[in-house]
Design a protein around this ligand. Structure first.
Ligand code: ZN
Length: 231
């Protein structure tokens, strides 16, 4: 659409926030600033921190974890994640990246990472969608934290079925051996502290399989961060 036509459409039907439906202001896209600030967060209370650490770190595959928004508890967070996959990729990914980076800086747990890697999509899935939403978020985190983002380092070797139809054990089996290294020099991983980025962490099966692959190829520590988490 041409810019004049677009301006006219925007004048007659001003774009609204997809969660509260207020008119968006200049510089806002899809979700307004006050909704972003109001989303339910993984606040640093003892209980939530313990729940997250017990659920995702107990088996010592992932060394440290940080996440911003509560996926199960806030319908608006799920809506924003949905937009990321269907329509608002760039703007939402940029915002998610901003909030992840901000939390990493404040919490300080993951700030020593050397390299940022997104959870990869299979090339076929990526072609269908046109992009990998986790890669867009990881790129934004890399930009804000000034840490090298290497999207091709980890690749998905086979298409896995959608995790939603499996229980915890089934999810683990479903992703077993699904990841491998891209065409990289081994120096990229040797002794490095890697930060893995995903849009949502639910059971953790996928991100743990990624972490296992990175560690068996030389990474010294693997951290995980996501925009939203299920606890
Ligand atoms: Zn809003």
């Amino acid at each position: 659409m041409g810019s004049v036509a677009e301006a006219l459409v925007n004048f007659i039907y001003p774009p609204v926030c997809s969660t509260c439906e207020r008119n968006l202001r200049r510089g806002e896209a899809f979700v307004c600033s006050s909704c972003w600030e109001d989303f339910e967060r993984v606040s640093p209370t003892e209980t939530i921190t313990q729940l997250v650490e017990t659920k995702f770190l107990a088996d010592e595959i992932i060394d440290k974890i940080d996440s911003v928004f509560l996926f199960e508890q806030d319908r608006r967070v799920r809506q924003a994640v949905h937009l990321l996959k269907y329509g608002g990729a760039e703007a939402i990914a940029e915002r998610f990246g901003f909030y992840i980076s901000k939390k990493i800086v404040i919490d300080g747990k993951l700030s020593l990472c050397n390299t940022i890697i997104p959870v990869p999509l299979h090339p076929t899935r990526r072609r269908e969608r046109g992009y990998n939403q986790s890669e867009l978020i990881a790129g934004s985190v890399g930009k804000f934290l000034q840490v090298k983002h290497v999207p091709g380092l980890l690749v998905r070797l086979r298409q896995t079925q959608t995790q939603t139809s499996f229980d915890a054990e089934g999810r683990k089996k479903n992703v077993e051996g699904a990841f491998g290294l891209g065409k990289i020099s081994h120096r990229e991983l040797e002794g490095k502290k890697i930060l893995l980025i995903d849009d949502v962490i639910t059971t953790g099966a996928t991100i743990k399989e990624c972490a296992r692959t990175l560690k068996s190829n030389g990474a010294s520590e693997v951290y995980a961060a996501s925009a939203a988490i299920a606890i």
